[in-house]
Design a protein around this ligand. Structure first.
Ligand code: CA2
Length: 155
């Protein structure tokens, strides 16, 4: 049986190419690394007594398996799907299928970049959206998602 309703754990998902954070394109993504982003998320979660499990993969199926596994022991999912944001129905279906609250994060402001970045397949399955705050957006997303989870528990 799922324990997600009681779990004080979030899954932090980073999609393709986000392992390159801090190595290239600092004018778009800043100079912080993926490890920095994951630490910001973990520290924000710890403020509320939550822990995180972080996964990054360049393979869609690995991300989907991690999302499915979250049903067992996570209360919510923070995801930056990378380029899959704009292409992936299957990633969207995985998020929708596990029925956990989802926060969508983008480091850059995708709304002001190329038009192909304006559409997100994830946006309407997410309850929290944090766009263009740099890696600090992971902490914002964690705090806002925990507030949603706390509200569900109260309700
Ligand atoms: O702004 C974001 O967080 C994005 O999700 C990042 C994706 C991009 O495709 C989305 O449109 C917006 C790209 C991730 C690749 O990250 C890199 C970081 C450093 C160097 C190269 C790629």
């Amino acid at each position: 049986m799922s324990t997600a309703g009681r779990a004080r754990r979030l899954l932090i998902v980073n999609g393709p190419n986000l392992n390159l954070l801090g190595t290239r394109e600092p004018e778009i993504y800043g100079s912080a690394t993926l490890a920095d982003a994951e630490r910001l998320a973990a520290d924000a979660a710890a403020e509320s007594g939550f822990e995180v499990r972080a996964v990054q993969s360049n393979h869609e199926g690995v991300l989907i398996d991690a999302i499915h596994d979250a049903r067992e022991d996570c209360a919510g999912i923070v995801i930056n799907p990378g380029g899959l944001t704009h292409t992936s129905v299957v990633l969207r279906d995985a998020l929708s299928g596990v029925a956990l609250p989802v926060a969508e994060v983008h480091i850059s402001d995708v709304r002001t970049r190329e038009s192909f970045r304006h559409h997100s397949y994830v946006a309407d399955v997410a309850v929290v959206h944090v766009i263009g705050e740099g890696v600090h957006g992971y902490a914002t997303a964690v705090r806002r998602l925990i507030a949603v989870i706390a509200g569900q528990a109260d309700g």
